[in-house]
Design a protein around this ligand. Sequence first.
Ligand code: ADP
Ligand code: MG
Length: 384
Amino acid sequence: MRSILIVDADAGFCERARAAAERAGDVRVESVPTIDGALALKGAADSELLVVGPGICTADALAAAGTISRAHPDMAVVMVVPEESTDLLRQAMRAGVHDVIPADRPWEEVASAIGAAVSSTGERPQPTGAASETVRRGRTVTVFSTKGGVGKSVVACNVAAALAGMGADVILVDLDLQFGDTGIMLDLKPERTIFDAVQCYERLDAEMLRGFLIPHASGLRVLLAPVHPEDADAVTASRVASILGMLRELAEIVVVDTSASFDDVVLAAIDVSDEVYAVATMDVASIKNTRVSLQKLAQLGYDAGRTKVVLNRADSKVWLDLGEVEQSIDAETIARIPSDRLVPRSVNRGVPVVIDAPRSAVARSLLGLARRIMTEGEVTGDVA
Ligand SMILES: Nc1ncnc2c1ncn2[C@@H]1O[C@H](COP(=O)(O)OP(=O)(O)O)[C@@H](O)[C@H]1O
Ligand SMILES: [Mg+2]
């Protein structure tokens, strides 16, 4: 039987949350008015889930979540908050919070999110003394630029296919939720998409999510963007964060393609990423845009060391001096990808250029980037 702790000063909230948790499974629920009180309970450390109510000061809840995720990594924390914001989501993710549920939604929604948290928390195996099997956790890399048309999807699809070709177990996720085109670039039928996965979000776990991945001939698996732009709304930032967490259990490397924006969903992906590859083209507007977005990421508290710049169409006619570009962006450039007509040709064919024309200069530079990502941390010489 799973053990759930509910914390809120409002006994009414605790009772409703208890009912929601009990509907979701065989659980033992204790409710306490303060976090300190909850953690002081005998056996608190063995609880599978802590639900923090909207009556608890958000800062205290975040601090407690941070402590819990370090001291008791098996305990999931979900926060029901008076008001959701990008800033709060970001802090919550950083503190290791499983899900953030806005309290201003109809109670059925709040209840079903609590139920989903209960169902996704597995009962802990009793310690047997034997070394327990650890869940294999992959790396997440996000391809980013707030400018459209710079080549994010080309880079993401080719790097993912190249990594798969090198024998890595790779999942590509299309988080350009309204206009995702990785399905077209890889010639995949959108039989199942991330929208279908969130339709059963309450029951979703890594195993179930596996069924929503579309296999590509390269060995890569893809979680496609919704078919209809209006379906993007259902794919919220907190759901994306938890889906990306599940995907890490299913692959060695998760490559995330993003939309040209700085929205909650993109931030959620960046938040869980081990590395961020900012794609820029060699024109003044793109360079300025990249500099500004990297500065903004730094202001938001992201570690600049995790961000690397990929220069696409690096030989295009509007030539800028590479040294100036690097100085202006103030970040390490790890790949230079030439402009080549083979790229639009491969996009139209639905075959990544690393497969369509692997010996071309453009494919070689993309393969070089994939190798860099594969062996991130090692110095592999000059950029392509
Ligand atoms: N290195 C390149 N050489 C030539 N064309 C490119 C290159 N990279 C991207 N393109 C073209 O630019 C278009 C936009 O690229 P895309 O990856 O869709 O951009 P984004 O995802 O950033 O919006 C693609 O359809 C492709 O034809
Ligand atoms: Mg794109």
